[in-house]
Design a protein around this ligand. Structure first.
Ligand code: GTP
Length: 601
């Protein structure tokens, strides 16, 4: 297809605002999917996506369309829809997907209005000079208020409220007009057809049978099958075994030219060799310069993962190996904990990424896991001038530290105006530094803060939701680091530190953490035969203390002499319980106590 007849666009939308449903309608209307084969949310391929109703991996699809209206009416246009993941953790992937487009549909639920993540992605699209097509969705809903939200959107992007299209992905109303509009206003791609090929990787997915399937958008030249290509960031060479388009099932083709979007198969077995953001060119006579903006995915949130049953350790290692084939951002290395045994320290892009990974480990590999409280990466300059990157509290340098740096993020929160006070209070308690505040409309406010990432990853979003009755939306992006007065708080059982409970917190919050954990553990750990002190300490300084009183717990006393088989059963049970205890020094701690103490409350 000649570039003049190509339109590349993506859809920017908040979770649940109806992107998948709209995509389904587009597939149907353009005839890309046969009526018989149509199923809900056609493009969300992974089961877990379907269940959680969120889109994790960008999918792209080719849609042929002959518009009835506008400047190109009657001509066959090839629309490429490039799907973007909607969640905060995947900003980098969103940015790559937008890089592959000339236009973006801003899709907003007509009963909800725009949300923080959508706003952040919209700004990203505007920075890249994409043509924005504002659309209100779900206009069939009785609660829809398109007039009000058209005004809000018009104000944000600077257009007339009448220019905001109104559609329903459910009934299909307005969708063909939207397709016409895309053909009319999204600029056709420009590129040098005679230059050496350059293609941007905006997604890559591991497939059990084919190896890694890499999704690309060609900017210059042409990629053809059976040629040798180079991934420019690593210099690795591969033969292009197959090249094709998605419509919406993969179809091999003779090559991809300027502006075209499709997939490559090179026989690579690991997505880390085919990285999002990288440029593909020819191995011989390829381009000199890569396309701009490649960035290594870097984990920002770390947590220890341990099998509850120690013998599952090899299964966990295997499972992580398998997940990593499909997830370039997942990092892990073996770690041992006195309290929890053998496990892995894992690095994630963010909290959702962590949850999804844990979920998949449990669901797809049948693993029962304990995870330690998440933490971020701290840069510590010790007294002797040595510099450490600390991803685990247990390797926090002992002694006085000269300087400690923690990562910070730029946070955008959108709330109904009546919740501004309580939201500001929460942000302040999490060491937020207010940057600004704007009324999006009379009833909704955008708040901007600089906050430590470490405060956001631990139940910030839950607190925000509960304070705002679920109405708040949140977005954050990296914003460098700041120097901070952070300390490590250890929790000691009978004088012995339990590594799984150590945490790095701001000095002002240390007391609170210490009190909270000692009280919690006092409730969770059963009485032992002697008194057990539970202490919280910074270095050698004890900051709080509770005692578990001594008692001899006699299970038989409940039986009032009764029948002997019942007694035996109880004794058996007690024995079994013992097996699931971990000994910390002389103290027996039931596994459940760890699980309960480590869960956010
Ligand atoms: P993610 O994949 O999580 O980003 O969600 P999404 O934006 O793709 O939303 P999805 O298409 O899954 O729709 C979310 C919910 O809204 C579903 O229950 C849909 O049935 C419903 N929905 C989507 N479009 C419409 C619409 O036009 N009208 C009505 N009434 N409901 C809709």
């Amino acid at each position: 297809t000649s570039p003049a007849h190509i339109r590349n666009f993506s859809i920017i939308a908040h979770i649940d605002h109806g992107k998948s449903t709209l995509a389904d309608r587009m597939l149907q209307l353009t005839g890309a999917v046969d009526e018989r084969l149509m199923r809900a949310q056609y493009l969300d391929r992974m089961d877990i996506e379907r269940e959680r109703g969120i889109t994790i991996k960008a999918q792209n699809v080719r849609l042929p369309w002959v518009p009835k209206t506008g400047a190109v009416a009657g001509e066959e246009i090839v629309l490429h829809m490039i799907d973007t993941p909607g969640h905060v953790d995947f900003t980098y992937e969103v940015s790559r997907a937008l890089e592959a487009c000339e236009g973006a549909v801003l899709l907003v639920d007509a009963a909800q209005g725009i949300e923080a993540q959508t706003l952040a992605n919209l700004y990203l699209a505007m920075e890249k000079d994409l043509e924005i097509i504002p659309v209100l969705n779900k206009i069939d809903l009785p609660a829809a208020d398109p007039d009000r939200f058209a005004l809000e959107i018009a104000q944000i992007i600077g257009c007339e409220p009448e220019e905001v299209l109104r559609v329903s992905g459910k009934t299909g109303e307005g969708v063909s007009q939207l397709l016409d509009k895309l053909c009319e206003v999204v600029p056709p791609p420009v590129g040098d057809a005679d230059a050496p090929p350059r293609a941007l990787i905006f997604d890559s997915v591991y497939d059990t049978y084919r190896g890694v399937v890499t999704y690309v958008r060609v900017f210059d030249g042409k990629l053809t099958p059976r040629t040798k290509v180079t991934m420019m960031s690593t210099g690795a060479n591969y033969e292009l075994q197959e090249i094709g388009i998605i419509s919406p099932e993969p179809e091999a083709c003779e090559g991809l030219g300027v502006g075209e979007v499709g997939y490559l198969i090179t026989g690579v077995k690991d997505v880390r060799q085919s990285k999002v953001g990288d440029t593909v060119t020819l191995a011989n006579g390829g381009a000199e310069d890569p396309l701009a903006g490649y960035q290594e995915p870097s984990p920002m949130v770390f947590s220890g993962l341990y099998p509850i049953d120690g013998s599952d350790y090899p299964v966990l290692r295997d499972a992580l190996d398998k997940l990593q084939l499909n997830d370039a951002a997942l990092a892990y290395e073996p770690e041992t904990s006195v309290a929890l045994g053998f496990g892995f320290r894992c690095g994630f892009l963010g909290l959702l990424h962590m949850e999804i990974t844990r979920d998949r480990l449990q669901r797809e590999f049948g693993l029962d896991l304990i995870s330690t409280a998440p933490n971020v990466v701290y840069r510590v300059i010790a007294e002797d001038g040595e510099e450490y990157n600390v991803t685990n509290p247990s390797v926090w340098p002992e002694g006085k530290n000269r300087e400690v740096y923690e990562p910070i993020v730029k946070t955008t929160i959108i709330v109904p105006s009546e919740f501004v006070g309580t939201t500001m209070e929460l942000c302040q308690s999490k060491r937020g530094d207010m940057q600004g505040m704007d009324y999006l409309s009379e009833t909704r406010v955008e708040l901007r803060y600089i906050m430590p990432l470490g405060e956001i990853i631990f139940d910030f979003f839950d607190s925000l939701k509960s304070r705002t009755r679920g109405y708040a939306s949140l977005q954050y992006e990296e914003a460098g680091e700041q120097i901070s007065d952070l300390v490590k708080v250890d929790i000691l059982l009978q004088g012995e530190a339990v590594d799984a409970f150590s945490a790095i917190v701001h000095r002002d919050h240390a007391q609170h953490y210490g009190n909270k954990m000692t009280v919690k553990l006092k409730e969770l750990i059963p009485r032992q035969q002697y008194e057990v002190p539970i202490q919280a300490a910074i270095g050698s300084k004890i900051i709080s203390r509770e005692n578990i009183r001594a008692i001899r717990k006699d299970v038989l006393s409940k039986c009032y002499g009764g029948d002997i088989s019942r007694k035996r059963k109880l004794l058996e049970k007690q024995k079994e319980g013992k097996k699931r205890m971990k000994s910390i020094g002389r103290v027996d701690v039931p596994q459940e106590a760890f699980v309960a103490a480590l869960s956010a409350d």
